[in-house]
Design a protein around this ligand. Sequence first.
Ligand code: PLP
Length: 365
Amino acid sequence: MARPLIAHIDLEALRHNYRLACSLAPASGAVAVLKADGYGHGAVACARALEGTAPAFAVACIEEAVTLREAGISLPIVLLEGIFEAGELEQVETLGLWMAVHSDWQVEALLAHRLARPIPVWLKVDSGMHRLGFSPERAEAVWRRLAAAPTHACDLHLMSHFATADRVDTGYFAGQMARLEVLAERLGAPLCLANSPATLARAEAHGAWNRPGVMLYGSDPLEHANEASRRLAPVMTLRSAIIAVRELPAGEPVGYGGRWITPRPSRIGVVACGYGDGYDRHAVDGTPVLVAGRRTAIAGKVSMDMLTVDITDIPDADIGSEVVLWGRAANGEVLSVDEVARCCDTISYTLLTGVLPRVPRRYHG
Ligand SMILES: *Cc1c(COP(=O)(O)O)cnc(C)c1O
């Protein structure tokens, strides 16, 4: 039998989550964000699954756009960070990409480049994230300069990114929003602002376009789930099986360093999944897993190829029993990747993008 660890990708769930993003913002277009290989799900497969539904995709860099074009994806693709050097403009043009412009050198490169057709540009404003973009004060002049160069830039949009749209406390978000509204009003600019949390919970940020990412993969980015985020369906199920069982008396340490000690006579299931597959080694004792569709917990440190779970209270669990590290079990039980992430002191984004190539992907739907 082959090693049982597989990342199952439910493309119907992806489409469901995409449709949810659209239904929450019916006046906006939703650019499906497929960067980092579709948050670890396989960008090409996700793009093909959404091709009939989504009008455009977004990636972080031209290499990711090339991968999609080489797979035959012909829809518009936005470069969220634009070009990294002037030499990329030729490819932007020939591949028919849209691009963010966040820095003076990108503006100069664009205006200096000889183009057959203008490039759709999303001008990035730093409204408070303080990462990429022009300050609201500078953005106006840059916008007017690009608007005056219709042979180089077309379909201008104002783009910005929120630092705290996931929080219950909306104070900082409101400040970012207020700066953007003033600027958009003055320029008559269409907006592209909303990431997943803003798509789910901040209707005032819905613009001409939204940019949902992690929610498409079924992760809930909100600090407190809302009615909409509870409707998200997990796309990835990281599924394996028990490959060995240990029966131990009370007081026996399990795994490297003996971090976990059996508190009672215990049955330990050894699972084929470890940090060499991308499962986070920071997972604490008690991190949830589903064994035969029932919740139990990690017991002992995660090793490279294996981890150990307490199956004392699941007497029918045995060699070959299904283990779901996150996602949906065969009996329908769901373990959210967000919950696992909290037990690893991280976020779903790192777990999903961190599933390593050793783990085969299997696509459904
Ligand atoms: C990654 C990214 C998004 C999507 O963010 P999520 O939190 O995954 O929805 C949106 N906009 C930009 C600029 C990004 O880099």
